[in-house]
Design a protein around this ligand. Structure first.
Ligand SMILES: [Zn+2]
Length: 90
């Protein structure tokens, strides 16, 4: 049996956050998918590397939309603001 190695595509976004209590912290959201013959489009065709990259971006966008970071000291997400963010999500 030959061994196949599938390329894994990862995109992530890191957020520098600040709570109203003054605490500063960081969170990273990441999504990965591999380029492989089983990763298909809805029409049944195998996803190209570019299509996989786009899919990972869509998943990451959904994860960012759901992202409600809470303070490590227990304060709710309403108290937390994003100071800056960076990553491969554009
Ligand atoms: Zn806090």
């Amino acid at each position: 049996m030959p061994t196949y190695t599938f390329e894994e595509l990862k995109r992530s976004q890191t957020f520098k956050l600040k709570c109203a209590c003054g605490k500063r912290f960081q969170r990273t959201i990441a999504e990965t998918q591999t380029v492989n013959p089983f990763n298909k489009n809805q029409d049944g065709t195998v996803k190209t590397r570019t299509e996989v990259w786009q899919s990972v971006g869509e998943k990451l966008r959904e994860a960012i939309d759901r992202f409600t970071p809470t303070c490590p000291a227990g304060h709710p997400a309403d108290d937390v603001t994003i100071v800056s963010q960076w990553g491969s999500f554009q």
